[in-house]
Design a binder for this molecule. Structure first.
Ligand SMILES: [Zn+2]
Length: 281
């Protein structure tokens, strides 16, 4: 399995150039994950069904391997190292190739019956909307993912002076902020509209004190965040600003790595005996 081989090869290279003792390996993967068993139950982008990642790696190297959903790990990183480390409860929303979320209550990740709580990306906001990767129509992901944003931009190429077929989400936001480019404005305003609906739904269901928005491909400037807050305020009036704050993640692309570290450390703190069971020197 190519992915597992890559992890093993990278670990081998790390060990060759570092004398640091390794106490565990944290692995983040998209989709539905049984984190207790270390199994990827369903990873649509890789077409994996019931792949036991923990077992496949542990049979090759003698360190404990812990597996979790990638967005849940990012939320864990926020809890340990990010803007929400002082918040007892918060909701986390990641907007990238996919759109995912996580809910933290009393400083603990809320897992749900299927270890899949917080899948806000697949909540339907328009049943007549575009087809989503999951097979449903009109999910939040189908309106706000990287692909959706690029598709919206390409539909407005005749109205741009700064973008082209190969422009990235970062270019679109740059053209929106710095040039008020017409195609960029149409694209980003659509993104803002649908993200505001998704975030309003999170507030309606969980009423968290904080919502952290994160993306590794869309660098939302403070101006975009203020527009999203403004849209949400329109739905909630003054109540939103009194009770729920919205912020952009300060961890950026480090979120997933930080989260994998937090996962390993949290399991070791729960069971310090792992340090002595671990044969890796
Ligand atoms: Zn979906």
């Amino acid at each position: 399995m190519e992915c597992i081989d890559f992890i093993l090869k990278s670990f081998d290279e790390f060990k060759k150039s570092n004398s640091t003792r390794v106490i565990g390996m944290g692995v983040g993967i998209h989709g539905v994950v049984d984190s207790e068993a270390g199994v990827s139950v369903y990873a649509p982008n890789l077409n994996w069904h019931n792949v036991n990642i923990k077992e496949l790696i542990e049979e090759k190297i003698s360190i404990p391997v812990m597996v979790a959903n990638d967005v849940r790990l990012m939320a864990m990183a926020e809890m340990w190292f990010g803007n929400s480390k002082n918040a007892d409860d918060f909701a986390f929303l990641y907007v990238g190739k996919g759109v995912g979320g996580a809910i933290v209550i009393d400083k603990k990740l809320f897992r749900g019956a299927n270890d899949a709580a917080g899948e806000i990306g697949h909540s339907v906001i328009d049943p007549e909307g575009p087809l989503c990767e999951c097979g449903k129509k009109g999910c939040l992901q189908a309106f706000t993912s990287e692909d959706a944003m690029l598709k919206n931009m390409k539909a407005n190429l005749s109205k741009t002076k700064h973008l082209n077929e190969n422009s990235t989400c970062h270019d679109i936001i740059d053209a929106y902020l710095n040039y008020s480019d017409e195609a960029a404005v149409l694209t980003v305003e659509k993104e803002i509209k649908y993200l505001s609906i998704g975030i309003s739904n999170i507030i309606n269901i969980f009423n968290p004190s904080l919502i952290v928005l994160s993306s590794d491909i869309k660098d939302f400037d403070i101006a975009v965040m203020n527009r999203i807050s403004g849209e949400i305020k329109k739905s909630f009036g003054g109540v939103f600003m009194q009770n729920t704050n919205l912020c952009y993640s300060s961890l950026g692309t480090r979120a997933l790595l930080n989260g994998a570290t937090a996962l390993v450390l949290s399991r070791v703190y729960e069971n310090p005996g792992m340090l002595w069971d671990n044969k890796e020197e």
